[in-house]
Design a protein around this ligand. Structure first.
Ligand code: PHE
Length: 345
């Protein structure tokens, strides 16, 4: 190294001045990087001078080292200040390597189908295969559709406020899906073959088998020659479809104002196969009400009761799900505890 201490001192002063001036024009990370390479990189003059220090005379070396270190420190300080300034600018984060792309990803939480929906889908698919359509109706009903047109006498206990939630304006929360039978029959001419899924409401105190909200699937089939035997055959096939081969069915005579004759329908318990378990009481499980459409109902909707016959049924979806999955408390369905809901894949 041929330079003397005073030459080095002068050169470094000029270098720092140039660096200072140029850093003023730096406006983004790319320009800053070019500036850094030029003044602090391996081939920068400062680095070259550092490496050449050794060739200086022993008397000059300590003093030269000191000016060099001071110059380096000043240039480094210029860099640090500019870097900090750029990082404060909006949008700077996008350029900064803030994301560690080598970290394993976080799996998004996928939703699951609620067991009530799952069982409804099974019932729906069974009836779609038989050629039924799907009809929907409102949850807020009037007395005519929920009761009157279904042939409930004025003083029937089901109209009692203990069972029915009454709303304002003469409306109530439907206590079953049967009012949609009325709506469908008033809307279209027979023949008619539909299921009606939906939420129903009864003012019951919640316990292991009652909840003020529950789900039904209504069925209605009206044509020229619909028979009770056909109803039994269809429901029996549904039992096998839902609960598996070997499932048996029994009709127990019952009363509904809108069907005659009427029955409550039981299947053999698919969980214990005839023994007594937590789900059934005597090897049988009750899952639906059914019957032949009462001619008075046809009259209420303007169908000729001499020309048309029909059957109807209403299945409780919670009941089906409890039997199918061995759930002994209906309240689990409504607690939205993911540990419960995720079990029914
Ligand atoms: N609606 C009746 C109930 O909720 C069930 C039912 C529907 C019965 C259709 C007969 C025919 O209990």
């Amino acid at each position: 190294m041929s330079s003397t201490l005073s030459e080095i001192t002068d050169e470094l002063a000029a270098l720092v001045a140039a660096a200072e001036e140029e850093v003023g024009a730096v406006v983004d990370a790319k320009a800053l990087e070019a500036w850094r390479v030029k003044y602090l990189g391996k081939k920068a003059r400062l680095s070259v001078l550092s490496r050449e220090m050794g060739s200086l005379g022993a008397d000059e070396r300590p003093a030269a080292g000191k000016v060099l270190n001071e110059a380096k420190a000043r240039v480094q300080a210029l860099f640090d200040a500019k870097k900090a300034e750029l990082e404060k600018q909006p949008g700077a984060a996008a350029e900064a390597p803030a994301i560690d792309t080598t970290l394993p990803g976080r799996r998004p939480r996928a939703g699951d189908v609620h067991p009530i929906t799952k069982v409804y889908y099974e019932v729906r698919d069974f009836y779609l295969r038989l050629g039924f359509g799907i009809w929907y109706g409102p949850e807020a009903e009037d007395d005519f559709h929920n009761f009157g047109a279904l042939n409930f006498p004025e003083d029937h206990p089901s109209r009692d406020e203990q069972d029915t939630f009454y709303l304002n304006d003469g409306l109530l929360l439907r206590t079953h899906t049967s009012p949609v039978q009325i709506r469908a029959m008033k809307a279209v001419e027979p023949p008619l073959r539909i299921i009606v899924p939906g939420r129903c409401f009864r003012s019951d105190a919640p316990d292991a088998t009652h909840y003020p909200v529950f789900h039904q699937v209504e069925g209605l089939y009206v044509d020229k020659a619909v028979s009770l035997a056909e109803l039994k055959g269809t429901l029996e096939a549904m039992g096998v479809y839902l609960f598996g081969p070997g499932t048996e069915m029994r009709f127990r005579p019952h009363f509904f104002p809108f069907t005659e004759p009427s029955a409550e329908v039981d299947f053999t318990c698919p969980r214990c196969g005839g023994e007594v378990c937590g789900v059934c009481h005597d090897g049988w499980v009750e899952v639906l009400g059914a019957g032949m459409v009462d001619p008075a109902v046809f009259e209420n909707v303007g169908y000729d009761p001499e020309a048309w016959v029909g059957y109807a049924f209403g299945v409780g979806i919670e009941r089906l799900a409890m039997i199918k999955y061995g759930i002994t408390d209906i309240r689990y369905f409504y607690e939205n505890d993911l540990r419960f809901i995720k079990q029914f894949k």
